[in-house]
Design a binder for this molecule. Structure first.
Ligand code: HEC
Length: 377
């Protein structure tokens, strides 16, 4: 008999056997093996009193599935390795970004269950309506973090960089800076546990500063995915309580102000992953193969005016999913079609604006010809 967590192995002895036998492999039916990071509070921690939101959630999921939870600890700074491990050593990975960058062969993801984002950390009482109000003050950010890239690419921000979140909180305390842009969950956690909620932590959304997380599972186990989705739905109120317990920013997120803001809102389709499957490619277009040097130079400056504040100068963003030098590695020979679709239609829910109707079609194609000069293979 197969059970809810068992991978099934078809016994290949005979045609009859294929039809009638399935065997459970390595893991027992009453155990859910969970992969998680051993040291990533407020999300997960292998030791100590605070287990983290993911681990408390994993326990509740296990309970509802009537399975004992066992942990396989993996440091998530090597997330790819953790992912491969998921397919071999665990039944479920708690948790991963719900978005496209973490689409991995062999893995499926549950419905997203939690919003996570960067946040403004500031003294209580100061009101913010949009990010540009930080221009009036001095902002602390972590070195090479997405907020630093964002502030660096826009005019008028006065910011200082720090190596650790502790240093940022210390600088706030000494009034070296007026506010900070930090990873919301960890800033909220420290604010609650170390500073008695002395600061306000306001989550932001837009410009790629936030996203959602989901549980990843092996694709071979569709039944587990359905069960977990159902349980996550039932556990919504509990998840809400956990976010409060761990100090996650509770306010409504502030939409990061941008030129395309209203347009992004108009196109927003929340809770939908922006991943463009290669199989959904647009019909093959005629790509201008031989663009003149002048056109490329023009496209390059166009790109560096309009796109570089999110994708880095010449597309060389340190944030992997925005690094536009990797398009051909990522999408193989379909990359131009994926790029064309992404640029014209945007991925509004992931912070990539829609440029169709804003940039003329020739300009978009020239930019793609410029991007072609950057590809690493
Ligand atoms: C406001 C920030 C922002 C701006 C401005 C922006 N992008 Fe993006 N772009 C993103 C984000 C975020 C993603 C990644 C979305 C995701 O995770 O799938 C993205 C994805 C892309 C992708 C697909 C990358 C991939 O691997 O799938 C292409 C191509 C792209 N952008 C091109 C452009 C071009 C060309 C411009 C300028 C005309 C531009 N972008 C301007 C934020 C931005």
């Amino acid at each position: 008999m197969t059970t809810m967590f068992s991978k099934t192995v078809k016994c290949a002895l005979s045609a009859a056997a294929i039809a009638s036998f399935t065997l459970s492999t390595a893991f027992a039916a009453d155990t859910l093996r969970v992969c998680s990071d051993p040291d990533n509070l407020p999300f997960s921690k292998s030791e100590g009193a605070d287990k983290g939101l993911y681990i408390e959630l994993a326990e509740m999921v296990g309970q509802r599935l009537q399975a004992k939870v066992e942990y396989v600890w993996w440091l998530s700074f090597n997330q790819r390795r953790a992912l491969r491990n998921t397919m071999e050593g665990c039944d479920a990975y708690f948790a991963l970004p719900a978005d496209s960058e973490y689409k991995v062969k062999g893995l499926v993801k549950s419905n997203p269950f939690l919003n996570v984002s960067y946040a403004i950390v500031a003294p209580q009482g100061v009101k913010f309506n949009n990010l540009s109000e930080l221009k009036k003050s001095k902002v602390g950010v972590l070195h090479a973090s997405p907020p630093q890239i964002l502030l660096a690419s826009q005019e008028g921000y006065n910011y200082s960089t720090y190596r650790t979140q502790e240093e940022v909180f210390a600088a706030l305390d000494k009034k070296e800076i007026d506010s900070a842009l930090l990873w919301g969950p960890s800033a909220g956690f420290d604010n609650k546990n170390q500073f008695g909620n002395r600061w306000q932590v306001i989550p932001v959304k837009g410009e790629g500063l936030g996203g959602q997380v989901a549980i990843a599972m092996s694709k071979d186990n569709p039944e587990l995915k359905d069960r977990i989705n159902k349980v996550l739905e039932e556990l919504k109120p509990e998840i809400q309580k956990l976010t409060i317990k761990y100090g996650f920013p509770a306010q409504e997120p502030l939409l990061v102000n941008s030129r395309k803001q209203s347009q992004q809102l108009a196109h927003a389709t929340p809770a939908k992953s922006g991943f463009i499957k290669v199989s959904d490619k647009a019909p093959q277009r005629e790509w201008l193969v031989a663009e003149s040097g002048d056109t490329i130079a023009e496209a390059k400056s166009n790109f560096n005016n309009k796109c570089s504040h999110c994708h880095g100068a010449n597309g060389a963003s340190p944030v992997s999913e925005r690094d536009l030098r990797k398009l051909s590695i990522r999408y193989k020979e379909e990359w131009k079609d994926v790029a064309y679709t992404t640029i014209t239609k945007g991925r509004p829910d992931l912070g990539m604006p829609t440029w169709g109707g804003i940039l003329p079609d020739e300009e978009i194609k020239s930019i793609i010809s410029f991007l072609a000069t950057l590809q690493k293979n």
